[in-house]
Design a protein around this ligand. Structure first.
Ligand SMILES: Cc1ncc(COP(=O)(O)O)c(C=O)c1O
Length: 502
């Protein structure tokens, strides 16, 4: 970034307009109805009453979220410049909404998109809403850790060549566990064939602010990306950003899709946190991310000295798991001869040691090191792991075979058509070979085991039962996973339905 461009990044236009509005001490007759904190509630037990006082919507002077021309637009433009994008849109419902905007703006009903099967549930929702046809590319699954990583560049290219009618590809940069693909070359290959590249960068905001990270979507030349700034960029939960480069997806389509899914009542608090996070990242991000990587590397060494735990480095993901690169702010740790599983470990760590980690699966857990990570917290974690090791390490423990599905289910009908098809609710045990109407997944990471339109296989049934037994949090349309919604194929004319549902 040039010197004058960096200087410009010192500005916080939204925060400035906000401050002025609050300092004006206005008398209000607008929403929100608490009228800048005229009521007292138990909310004050959690936060200073100032939160109410500062909670405003889109009053005069603070711009309009749906049609920004002032402070919001300036703040978005600064964000776009910081990330080498042509323009940015602030999102208030996470990358969930970013994924919806990307799919809705890039694809029309019945157009095809190539995407890895380990996408987040919001992407499947985007398929339902847009009516697009998914062509899934299989992630490389590491059977040792049961982690789904990236398809290789070769696999991407082969899938693109095999599907000449695809309009877009969808890439995850990085996956939940940190794996990345050769994004730059993939973008070049796709663009040569006039294919749009959409990137889910929910976990990759920090890539834009450090040379210790894999390449970012905008740097790689992708058309659009969604960043959960709240995940790794330091803004408040839910606040995210959509970045757009070029006109392969017309601006009109992007704004139309954004207007379709977004709230008309933006949280000023969340918007301000995006303006603040961007400035922080530009000026302090690089140092803090360097620190995060340093702490992750130190934790890697120390964890590997504790019996019962096997931490994995970048090398593991690039050499063994065929990933192109790896986000070293993440640390994936495998359990090794502990007499408890990952779900139990997760609970003990929180309940006994007050340590909250990002996620645990049956045999692995994931630690995030961020711009907020501190040495003393790593030290506490290591002490806790040592105690857990002393109590639960047992040389004789033999783990059961990995449980990850060896193949993904076959898609019979488009997710949108399945979504609208007649409903039949059946016991999970009776659902074999039926077409699912719903998505079922363990959360986190929120990667669907089955999606609407796919045929339920025995492996799917086993996988759902396995998560249920493991007491993982399972998301589905029902309170209990003993039932599942399927397409009532007996009372349904598929051909007619496919014709009628655009
Ligand atoms: C890969 C991926 N994409 C998208 C999302 C959705 O992001 P958000 O929680 O900001 O809506 C997540 C959330 O965990 C995710 O893991």
């Amino acid at each position: 970034m040039k010197k004058e461009e960096k200087e410009e990044q010192r500005r916080t236009p939204y925060i400035d307009a906000y401050l002025k509005y609050i300092q004006d001490k206005n008398i209000v007759f607008d929403v929100p109805g608490h009228h800048q904190g005229k009521i007292r509630t138990d909310f004050d037990k959690l936060f200073s009453h100032q939160v109410y006082k500062n909670d405003v919507n889109c009053p005069r002077g603070m711009d309009n979220y749906m049609h920004p021309t002032g402070a919001i637009k300036e703040a978005q433009d600064l964000f776009a410049k910081a990330c080498h994008a042509d323009y940015a849109k602030f999102l208030l419902n996470g990358s969930t909404s970013g994924n919806l905007v990307m799919l809705l703006s890039a694809l029309k009903a019945n157009e095809k998109i190539l995407l890895p099967r380990n996408v987040h549930k919001s992407v499947i929702n985007g398929l339902i809403l847009s009516g697009a046809i998914p062509v899934f590319i299989l992630p490389n699954i590491d059977t040792q850790t049961e982690v789904a990583n990236q398809p290789t560049l070769k696999e991407w290219k082969e899938a693109i060549d095999k599907n000449p009618d695809i309009k877009a590809i969808f890439v995850i940069n990085p996956t939940y566990f940190g794996a990345t693909c050769d994004l730059k070359r993939l973008v070049e290959y796709a663009h040569k064939k006039n294919i749009i590249v959409l990137v889910d960068e929910a976990h990759g905001t920090h890539f834009y602010f450090s040379n210790k990270c894999p390449i970012s979507a905008m740097e790689a030349g992708a058309d659009m990306a969604t960043l959960s700034v709240h995940k790794t960029g330091g803004s408040l939960t839910q606040s995210s950003v959509l970045l757009v480069k070029g006109e392969r997806v017309p601006r009109y389509e992007v704004i139309k899709a954004f207007n379709l899914i977004t709230t008309t009542s933006p949280s000023s608090i969340l918007l301000a946190s995006l303006d603040a996070a961007r400035k922080y990242l530009v000026f302090k991000g690089s140092r803090q991310i360097y620190n995060a990587v340093k702490l992750a590397k130190q934790a890697y060494i120390r964890i590997n000295e504790i019996p019962g735990f096997k931490a994995h480095s970048k090398d593991y993901f690039t050499k063994k798991c065929h990933s192109f690169s790896y986000d070293e702010t993440k640390l994936c740790v495998e359990l090794d001869k502990l007499s408890i599983d990952g779900f139990e470990f997760y609970k003990i760590l929180k309940d006994k040691y007050n340590i909250q980690i990002e996620l645990a699966e049956k045999y692995v857990f994931l630690l995030l090191f961020t711009i907020g990570s501190e040495q003393k917290d790593v030290d506490r974690l290591i002490d806790a792991l040592k105690e857990i090791s002393e109590k639960y390490y047992d040389e004789n423990v033999v783990y059961a075979d990995p449980h990850y599905m060896s193949s993904f289910p076959v898609m019979k009908i488009r997710p949108r058509v399945a979504f609208h098809a007649p409903l039949k609710v059946v016991d999970l045990d009776d659902s074999l070979n039926m077409v699912s109407k719903e998505m079922v997944m363990a959360y986190p990471p929120g990667i669907p085991i089955i999606v609407p339109g796919e045929v339920i296989s025995q492996e799917v049934i086993n996988q759902i039962k396995y998560y249920e037994k493991s007491k993982a949090t399972i998301l589905s349309d029902w309170d209990s996973t003993s039932q599942i919604s399927v397409v009532d194929e007996e009372n349904w004319d598929y051909e007619l339905e496919e014709k009628n549902i655009e």
